[in-house]
Design a protein around this ligand. Structure first.
Ligand SMILES: NC(=O)c1ccc[n+]([C@@H]2O[C@H](COP(=O)([O-])OP(=O)(O)OC[C@H]3O[C@@H](n4cnc5c(N)ncnc54)[C@H](O)[C@@H]3O)[C@@H](O)[C@H]2O)c1
Length: 283
C-alpha cells in the first residue's frame, strides 16, 4: 500500500532535528532539511550521511536534500517537523512561515519539549493539521515519540502522524488529552525535580544519586549525567516552563541551576556542567 506521507521537511537541523532527519531517511522517506545557519546544515549533512553509510543505506543519501531557502525546502513535503529552539514566539513565527509555504495537505508537527501545540496553533490557518511530535534523543537507543493533538487537530491528521512514527520504527506514545510533559517527559520531570532538590539542598552528592539510579534502573547513565548531555540551558528552560505552567513554587528549579547556565556551564557541550568533561583534542 502506498504510504500517504512520503516526503518529510525538517525545520531546524540542530541536535534533535538532524537525528529526526536521519531516522526518517533510514526508513526510506525522502527528507528535506532546512536550517537558518549554513554551518549547522553542513554538520547535519555530515551526521546524516555518516549514519546512512554506517547502516549501509547508500541509496538513501541521495534522498536527503539540504536547504538554506525555506520556500524551496517545503515545496513538496507531506509532513514538516519543526525543531527550532524552545521559544514560543519563535515557534509561532516558524509555524506561520511553514503554513504560508507548504502545500495545503501538509501536516505540521512540533518537536517542542514543553509547549503543547495548542499554544502554537493560532499562528496557522490549517489548525486541523498540527501535532506535537516529541522525540527522545538519542533516537536510535530511545525510539519513542509522544504524539499529541491540538485543540482542532483532525482524527485523520492524528492517525497519519501515528502511522509515520510507526513507519520510522519508533513507538508512538499516544497522549489522550493535553498533558504538560506528554507521557514520559512528565515522569522524567518528576525525577529531575527531586534530583535537583537533593543536589541544591546538599542532601547527597550528584555521584550518589546517579549511582543509585543506575543500580535501580539498570541504565548506563544517571539523571545528572543525562541533564549534562541534554544541556543545562535546555534543562533549565524546560523546568521553568513547567513552573510557569503550574505556578507551583515546588516546581521552581533551583537558582543554583540558573547560576550554572549564566556561568556558561552548560554540560557536555561546554565541557562543564554538573560534571567536568575532558574535551576531545582537535587533530
Ligand atoms: N535537546 C534535546 O534533548 C531535545 C529533546 C526533545 C525535544 N527537543 C526540542 O527540540 C527543539 C530543538 O532543540 P535542539 O536541542 O535540537 O536545539 P538546537 O539548538 O541544537 O537546534 C535548533 C536549531 O534551530 C536552528 N534555528 C534557529 N532559528 C531558526 C529559524 N528561524 N529557522 C530555522 N532554523 C532555526 C538553529 O540554527 C539550530 O540549528 C526544541 O524545541 C527542544 O525543546 C530537544
Amino acid at each position: 500500500m502506498a504510504k500517504e506521507i512520503k516526503r518529510i521537511g525538517i525545520v531546524g537541523a540542530g541536535f534533535t532535528g538532524k537525528q529526526i532527519a536521519a531516522q526518517t531517511a533510514l526508513n526510506d522517506f525522502v527528507v528535506d532539511v532546512y536550517d537558518i545557519d549554513p554551518k549547522v546544515l553542513e554538520g547535519a549533512e555530515k551526521y546524516i550521511s555518516g549514519v546512512l553509510k554506517r547502516k549501509n543505506k547508500m541509496d538513501s543519501i541521495q534522498k536527503v536534500s539540504y536547504y538554506s531557502d525555506l520556500d524551496k525546502a517545503l515545496e513538496d513535503v507531506d509532513l514538516v517537523v519543526e525543531a527550532v529552539p524552545e521559544n514560543l514566539e519563535l515557534k509561532k513565527k516558524i509555524f506561520s512561515q511553514i503554513d504560508s509555504i507548504a502545500p495545503v495537505h501538509t501536516i505540521i508537527g512540533t518537536n517542542s519539549s514543553s509547549y503543547p501545540v495548542s499554544k502554537i496553533e493560532s499562528a496557522v490557518k490549517r489548525k486541523d493539521k498540527v501535532l506535537n511530535l516529541h522525540f527522545y534523543p538519542p533516537i536510535p537507543t530511545r525510539p519513542m515519540v509522544d504524539i499529541m493533538a491540538g485543540s482542532e487537530t483532525s482524527q485523520e491528521t492524528f492517525e497519519k502522524g501515528k502511522q509515520w512514527i510507526i513507519d520510522i520504527k519508533c513507538e508512538p506514545l499516544v497522549v489522550k488529552k493535553e498533558c504538560l510533559g506528554f507521557v514520559f517527559n512528565r515522569v522524567w520531570h518528576a525525577v529531575k525535580k527531586e534530583c535537583l532538590k537533593i543536589w541544591d539542598g546538599g542532601y547527597a552528592d550528584i555521584e550518589t544519586v546517579d549511582t543509585a539510579w543506575k543500580i535501580f534502573t539498570g541504565m548506563k547513565m544517571g539523571p545528572f549525567t543525562m541533564m549534562d548531555g541534554i544541556g543545562l540551558d535546555v534543562a533549565y528552560a524546560v523546568e521553568m516552563s513547567y513552573y510557569e505552567a503550574s505556578g507551583d513554587p515546588n516546581d521552581k528549579p533551583p537558582d543554583a541551576l540558573k547560576e550554572l547556565v549564566e556561568n556558561g556551564d552548560l554540560g557536555m557541550k561546554t565541557g562543564k556542567g554538573f560534571y567536568t568533561f575532558r574535551r576531545r583534542r582537535k587533530k
